[in-house]
Design a protein around this ligand. Structure first.
Ligand code: ATP
Ligand code: MN
Length: 477
């Protein structure tokens, strides 16, 4: 007989039909009640064995963590909180789990502890829920773009360009690390390397993405990106997934419209399709909030925060307006910020972004028109000569969730900026050339997938929303 997933069983009318369930034992009470989870849902199913039904040796092997297969009748459950249960007829151990050694006991474990056993943590309610939501969000991203007629483009993971401009890169090489070939000057000779040049892992698919937008119209990428930035924060990973739409004929306003529409679509999708997991995560997040001092607790619960995003327009604000607000803000005047805002032109820190979102506007904010000095070379220069058509979407609890811009489509302006910034012109030749042959206004942005998952799941550390996190000093598994 084929096994049925627990998700389907609990939605089935119990008619004493014979069913097979396979999964992992969460608890076994009174030598009678086995709680089984198979990952298809956060809910467990209860399998009931009669006293003396199973031989002693078999019973002893029904331990927390063991994998079992149960065959029995699906009946209405007399117990509270569940519709159905299984009256066991046959029980088979598929994989033993020594209860003395299995690290996941049926009690609350800290997230720090679970991070050390990343191969077992998906067996917990929290990680099961987070990863099912992560899946749903990935699916919804593709559905959103597909409905809008965007083409999914696979940009390279190994890039030949080291001027993507988004962060420090990881070198890719097959040269002997102990004894690399060297040229006359004693420098490592990459002409003898696999690609006969220096290559790196991509920090962004944007530049390549633009080439496809200027041919197919609306495109997006969704793939892994790598940044060798030594930032040990709860919002940075060395390997993360990014969604990067790029659209021909969009100006920066269209760009902001799309960013808001997409985020609201994804939030709606989560509310509709991840009800049980989100209900669990909502409770988990509010329990965690209660351990914080009153002043640091967020005013809304997880589900309310998600609804809030769906129901409210994001506040759009120029960088210049933001600086005025920040300069005159209480934390700035009272020197409560770590970085005091003194003049126009300074880069905003996460504390400033969070002040605008969480304290001042109390809603998501889109900041646009940043000083060109603090933004990348490819952003479109505004008439004022000082700012570029950038836009960052800032979310409560997260800070920057999206970074994007209208791109500089004018050949001369782009070339001048590249020279001013001393960037390698010949490496960017193809990118500059796009502006020579049928250039067009276009825009795009990057959404950090894990930052999205942080927001939707209410988790607080980015290392807990990706299966195997990579960050400085950590590349286990
Ligand atoms: P931050 O200032 O937070 O480091 P950034 O300005 O470097 O972000 P972009 O280069 O604009 O970010 O990247 C686009 C998006 O990718 C960001 O808005 C964010 O959601 C996400 N992102 C950037 N760096 C990381 C990282 N190290 N880990 C996870 N997500 C990231
Ligand atoms: Mn960064």
């Amino acid at each position: 007989m084929k096994r049925t997933k627990i998700k389907d069983l609990i939605a089935t009318a119990p008619e004493e039909q014979t069913v097979v369930v396979m999964g992992w034992v969460r608890t076994f009470r009174n030598n009678q009640f086995i709680s089984i989870n198979d990952g298809s849902t956060i809910q467990n199913i209860q399998a009931v064995v009669e006293l003396d039904q199973l031989e002693e040796g078999l019973l002893k092997r029904v331990t927390t963590g063991a994998c079992i297969s149960v065959t029995g009748k699906l009946i209405a459950s007399p117990a509270k909180g569940q519709q159905v249960e299984i009256k066991v007829e046959q029980l088979e151990i598929l994989g033993d789990s020594d209860p003395e050694k299995f690290p996941l006991q049926p009690k609350k474990h800290s997230l720090e502890f679970l991070r050390e056993i990343a191969h077992l943590r998906p067996r917990t309610n929290t990680f099961g829920a987070v990863m099912r939501v992560r899946h749903a969000m990935a699916f919804a991203v593709h559905q959103f773009f597909n409905e809008k007629g965007f083409v999914y483009v696979h940009t390279p993971i190994i890039t030949g360009s080291d001027a993507e401009g988004a962060g420090a890169m990881f070198r890719v090489t097959t040269l002997d690390a102990e004894n690399p070939p060297r040229d006359e000057e004693g420098k490592v000779d990459h002409s003898q390397d696999f690609f006969e040049k220096e290559t790196n892992l991509t920090v962004s698919g944007q530049l390549e993405g633009e080439t496809y937008a200027l041919a197919l119209g609306d495109i997006y990428t969704f793939g892994p990106t790598f940044r060798a930035e030594n930032s040990n924060t709860t919002r940075h990973l060395a390997e993360f997934w990014m969604i990067e739409p790029e659209m021909a004929f969009y100006d920066n306003n269209d760009n902001m419209d799309l960013a808001q529409e997409m985020l609201q679509y994804l939030m709606k999708y989560a509310l509709e399709h991840c009800k049980e997991d989100l209900a669990f995560l909502d409770k988990r997040a509010s329990d965690e909030e209660m351990t914080k001092p009153q002043a640091q607790r967020s005013e809304l619960g997880l589900l309310d925060r998600i609804k809030f995003i769906i129901e409210n327009d994001f506040q759009r604000l120029s960088y210049t307006e933001a600086i005025d607000i920040l300069k005159n803000s209480n934390p700035n005047k009272k020197k409560k910020f770590k970085y005091i805002i003194e003049e126009w032109g300074t880069d905003l820190q996460s504390e400033h972004e969070r002040f605008l979102v969480e304290k001042h506007f109390k809603k998501p904010v889109i900041l646009y028109n940043y000083p060109k000095e603090i933004k990348a070379f490819y952003m479109r220069q505004n008439e004022d000569g000082k700012t570029v058509g950038a836009m960052d979407v800032l979310f409560p609890g997260i800070g920057e969730i999206i970074g994007g811009s209208q791109r500089e489509e004018r050949y001369d302006k782009l070339l001048t900026r590249i020279k001013e910034m001393g960037l390698p012109e010949d490496e960017l030749k193809w990118y500059i050339e796009l502006r020579k042959f049928g250039s067009a206004p276009h825009s795009g942005f990057g959404l950090g997938f894990e930052r999205l998952i942080l927001f939707v799941t209410g988790m607080t550390n980015i290392r807990d929303v990706i299966p195997f996190p990579r960050f400085p000093g950590h590349a286990e598994y």
